[in-house]
Design a protein around this ligand. Structure first.
Ligand code: NAI
Length: 448
């Protein structure tokens, strides 16, 4: 056993673990971090980063088609899937190197291997070559992340988001099961490259956890893109043959069969739970994740958890903020917190959808007066000049406070940032009405 006692040992090098480790080290703590696979975790290697690189390629290719309306001739547009994959892999490499570099700069001790909590205050790290090392720690943070929750067994023809990203060739056709965030992002990528895509979603709308108008808006846009959308349709079974896969679905008692070369399961993610460690240490958890307090502490003193492993909103930026908040609480003044009601959610379709805070339905459920303001992209001159297409911004006020907003349209992922600050800071309507927005910009969609 090493003589050194770390102030903090983090298990998991994804966004949550990385943020906790780097921020704790910046506070002067002696920090170790253990990662068994790849630095940067799911977000960097199998989630946010590769998918956004792919969507940038398909989005630019699709955008070429409208350039003639702007008087720009481009000749015949074409794409090269191998080059698209190189761009994706290069983006991932840069992101992963960035994670490692920031840990090194913060003087965090990195260990490659599988970390197991053997007792509060001790983590056993097993390296890929089988060598073991015991790390002693005053505090331990679990950041194990999440994995796809496949409702059918994955196979060579039935993909998850992880295996989709390893395909060497573009699919000839695809049935996507689940029309939430992951499903619609992959559908956008494939459809923009001209691949026939169907989405089958059991609930009545796409993006069922978002503002209903956003789901309806997206369904129209996806249909325009050539995606066949089947909502209120349950996938009951999958059959594979040499040619591909047959998806058996049921809608209103009617049976349908959808054939494609591949099926892609986009039916949610679940926390990655190491039952051996959890049982051995008595950490309270259920299948939705490890139970933590607002300060990220588990029921075992000195053991914390951050990110997707805690269940709830499985987003990288929420995991990072939980990590930063934990470091602030343990080694700083505790002023940095992670407010669950102020976590933005972004869907990177074309056009994208972004939300902060409550939907109108959630606000009405809470009771009290709800006021709605809605602006349309049609009235925004920059959207017109740029041929940015349709969209809307919807603001939800309660007692004159901004409690939620959804933006559906070009620039939404960046435009939501300002409203995230407004919700976090409890900005009232009058203050927002005094906000001067530059003209002409897309940001004028936020003018009240
Ligand atoms: P999800 O949990 O958001 O949605 C799963 C969807 O599958 C639901 O719409 C559900 O109704 C549908 N479904 C379930 N069983 C079905 C069946 N038998 N037939 C048809 N449809 C069925 O899952 P998703 O989209 O896989 O995302 C997982 C997590 O990853 C989410 O927490 C999401 O926030 C996160 N994520 C976030 C991204 C972003 O921020 N841009 C991108 C990708 C993922």
């Amino acid at each position: 056993m090493s003589e050194e006692i770390f102030d903090l040992v983090v298990i998991g090098g994804g966004p949550g673990g990385h943020a906790a480790a780097a921020e704790a080290a910046r506070h002067g703590a002696r920090v170790g971090i253990v990662e068994k696979e790849l630095w940067g975790g799911t977000c960097t290697h199998r989630g946010c980063v590769p998918t956004k690189a792919l969507l940038a390629c398909s989005g630019h290719y699709a955008a070429l088609k409208k350039l003639s309306r702007l008087g720009v001739a481009t000749g015949t547009a074409a794409y090269d899937f191998a080059a698209i994959c190189r761009h994706r892999d290069q983006t991932v490499r840069i992101a992963a190197l960035g994670v490692e570099k920031s840990l090194q700069e913060a003087r965090v001790v990195q260990k490659t291997g599988e970390g197991k909590i053997t007792s509060p205050g001790e983590v056993l790290c097993t390296a890929p070559n089988g060598g073991t090392e015991s790390l002693r720690a005053r505090h331990i943070a679990i950041a194990w992340g999440s994995e796809p929750a496949a409702i059918f067994p994955p196979s060579a023809r039935v993909l998850t988001s992880d295996t989709f990203l390893r395909l060497a060739a573009l699919p000839k056709s695809m049935v996507i099961i689940g029309g939430s965030v992951i499903g619609v992002e992959f559908a956008t990528f494939l459809a923009e490259l001209g691949i026939p895509v169907r989405i089958v979603e059991i609930l009545p709308a796409l993006l069922p956890y978002e503002e209903p108008e956003a789901g309806a808006f997206l369904q129209k846009e996806m249909t325009r893109l050539g995606v066949e959308v089947h909502t209120a349709t349950k996938v009951a079974a999958l059959r594979e043959d040499g040619e591909g896969v047959c998806v058996e679905a049921v809608k209103d008692g009617q049976h349908y069969e959808f054939r494609a070369e591949y099926a892609l399961l986009c039916t949610g993610r679940r926390p990655r739970l190491d039952e051996e460690t959890l049982a051995g240490t008595g950490i309270r958890h259920d299948r939705r994740g490890i139970a933590v307090t607002a300060g990220q502490e588990t029921n075992i003193p000195g053991i914390y958890a951050v990110g997707d492993v805690t269940g709830g909103i499985m987003l990288a930026h929420r995991a990072m903020q939980q990590g930063r908040a934990l470091a602030s609480r343990l080694f700083g003044d505790g002023a940095v917190v992670c407010r669950e009601d102020a976590v933005p959610a972004v869907t990177y379709t074309h056009p994208p959808i972004a939300r902060i805070g409550l939907t109108e339905g959630q606000a009405r459920e809470k009771g009290g007066d709800v006021e709605i303001v809605r602006n349309d992209y049609g009235a925004n001159i920059m959207a017109r000049a740029e041929l940015a297409g349709q969209g809307f911004a919807k603001f939800i006020f309660q007692a004159n406070q901004l409690v939620g907003a959804t933006i559906a349209g070009a620039g939404a992922p960046d435009l939501i940032a300002a409203l995230t600050l407004a919700v976090t800071a409890g900005v009232d309507r009058r203050t927002l009405q005094s906000w001067i927005l530059p003209h002409p910009t897309l940001s004028e969609i936020l003018r009240l």
